[in-house]
Design a protein around this ligand. Structure first.
Ligand code: 13P
Ligand code: SF4
Length: 316
């Protein structure tokens, strides 16, 4: 059945009540998907919301590893993802056998996995982390322990720079969207927008050069390296009116909506995650009507992965 956008929205609102369902949406989701969501946030905020909700069913509008994380945290709830093919290039950059082999070279190391990993990889990890708490998680580990940080090399270099950790080994993975946001993009924007504040996601390949510019005072206005929710908070609390946003462009819809008097300029208009955009309003509707696609993580894997996730949640 094909409906108009308004009809989809009305149906989804009534189906949510009928099915005792909550819709969680990541900051990169399409505008109309954000509009039907009960809660929008970054990976950490979505995990926390999943943990706290009383709803029986969670419709997770984001990519697969995020829905898997919600399902691991909430084994008594049913978690659905509207498109089972909503993957993540970064999560695909390391698999279990690669991690097992890496661990053989560093048998005593503590494994810190970014949340953008499969449940199986999390199950082999000591700690999970997100872009908003990676520094805190690494700082909570004794400086005497070697750390294997995976899979994002740009986030990893940022964390090692901030924590000044010398014994941290970083997996050479990347997100194709953020790797495409380069030092040249920052340099050009710095010339074109001298009064803007820069909000940069730590998965970007320009993270190191942004830190360099920040340390040299080249960014006339402030630069901030933040998770997507950190960017939202900064956009709200900053006294500046112009912001250059270096991340996936989906976040601009919410930023503009919540801050109508400010200007948000994407650093790269084509920084679009095709996986996030697989979740469309008709698929959200279909998910509620037909109970698809249920996210299933084998219990043994979920139990081990939950340990790494809960250790992260207890740190912050
Ligand atoms: P955040 O946790 O900052 O929202 O990042 C998730 C992500 O996939 C970024 O590409
Ligand atoms: Fe994965 Fe990159 Fe898409 Fe985020 S933007 S979900 S890291 S592919």
């Amino acid at each position: 059945m094909s409906l108009t956008l308004n009809q989809y929205i009305e149906e989804i609102i009534s189906l949510k009540k009928e099915r005792d369902a909550i819709i969680l949406a990541h900051n990169y989701q399409l505008p109309e998907v954000q509009d039907v969501a009960d809660f929008i946030g970054d990976s950490l905020a979505l995990s926390r919301k999943a943990e706290k909700t009383n709803a029986k069913n969670i419709i997770f509008c984001g990519v697969h590893f995020m829905a898997e994380t919600a399902s691991i945290i909430c084994p008594d709830k049913d978690v659905f993802i509207p498109d089972i093919n909503a993957g993540c290039s970064l999560a695909s950059s390391i698999n279990c056998s690669e991690l097992i082999n890496w661990k053989k070279d560093h048998p005593d190391a503590i494994v810190v996995s970014y949340v953008n990993t499969s449940a199986e990889v999390k199950a082999l990890s000591d700690y999970c982390c997100t872009s908003s708490n990676a520094v805190k998680v690494v700082n909570s580990i004794s400086p005497d322990n070697e750390i294997l940080f995976l899979p994002d090399m740009f986030l990893g270099s940022y964390v090692s720079e901030i924590t000044k950790r010398k014994n941290m080994f970083i997996w050479p993975g990347e997100c194709h969207v953020h790797a495409g946001i380069r030092a040249d993009d920052i340099n050009k924007m710095m010339k074109d927008y001298r009064n803007a504040e820069f909000l940069v996601h730590p998965e970007c390949s320009c993270t190191s050069s942004t830190m360099y510019h920040m340390s040299k005072g080249d960014l006339l206005n402030e630069g901030h390296i933040l998770s997507t929710e950190g960017m939202m908070e900064r956009a709200k609390n900053s006294s500046k009116t112009d912001f250059i946003v270096a991340t996936e462009t989906g976040i601009l819809y919410r930023m503009q909506k919540e801050n109508p008097t400010k200007n948000f300029i994407p650093i790269k208009k084509d920084a679009i995650c095709q996986y996030m955009k697989k979740i469309t309003i008709d698929k959200v509707y279909n998910s509620l009507v037909n109970n698809v696609y249920k996210v299933r993580v084998p219990k043994a894997t979920a139990d081990k992965a939950r340990y790494a996730i809960e250790r992260m949640l207890s740190i912050g």
